[in-house]
Ligand binder design. Sequence first.
Ligand code: UDP
Length: 312
Amino acid sequence: MRAVVTGGAGFLGSHLCERLLNEGWDVLALDNLITGVDSNVSHLMNHPKFRVARGDVSNYIDVAGPVDYVLHFASPASPVDYLKLPIQTLKVGALGTHNALGLALAKNAKFFLASTSECYGDPEISPQHEEYWGRVNPIGPRGVYDEAKRYAEAMTMAYHRYHKVDTRIVRIFNTYGPRMRLNDGRALPNFVYQALSGKPLTIYGDGKQTRSFCYVSDLIEGIYRLMMSDEHLPTNIGNPQEITILEFAECIRKHFDNAPPLVFEPLPQDDPKRRCPDITKAKRVLKWEPKIGLEEGLKLTLAYFKEAFHKS
Ligand code: UDP
């Protein structure tokens, strides 16, 4: 079996490549390295079934030979990144998804879309289940990501219904773990970087907004099970343990001697007030639920970040 993983040098893409190699697949990772980094896959470079190619999937995807599965994971995914790269974010969600679907159709391969809880926007209901259509501001700063992913879902369903491509869609909730970029601007890398450099931890707004953090190995297990299932409609994968950002900052602070103080900064526009996955469907269809609690996941992640920080 041979897979093409777009965004294969990214945080999630690289963990997915590793998992597929462990399952015996041949893997071709495509990445333009605007947010991914070579070092995420350097440990796989000598694997006989792994290859990485540099390219922008928003332009064209050219792959020689047979392909069994196309997994589209390319996109900036941190709010700071997609605010810096608004056009690329829209393009990879729209044109990149179209090209990846075109490749799947041409190769008679299955297709897997990495979608997002951002499809629910700033939701009126919590937890969010898959039938909820969301509350997204299309022209706000986050719209470049949210609308690109909503379009990507629509395009995926169109290829499924019209071209009969065998597709899957995962809606990924906040995920953390080794290989997140220390400077990607998200809450966890920011807090850890700030704590490591003795700076105050920046809480946006009053810190009462909530998120639910899933450890990366749990997420990849859910994704792999969805790949192997027959489920075509979007499926939430995430950890339903919901906490406020203030509580999250405290959990991280506890891991540092001389923990730095907190400072409050303005809340970014359209920042969702609550986010928590309803995983009833994943439990029922995939027999999946997360296994790693926040404390255990944080220990593993902090060990990685401490090493990365001291190397940099
Ligand atoms: N956040 C924060 N301080 C930071 C970075 C993020 O308080 O230094 C907040 C942010 O406003 C949001 C939450 O943490 O409410 C999660 O933000 P993140 O960028 O990790 O991802 P999001 O879930 O918003 O996509």
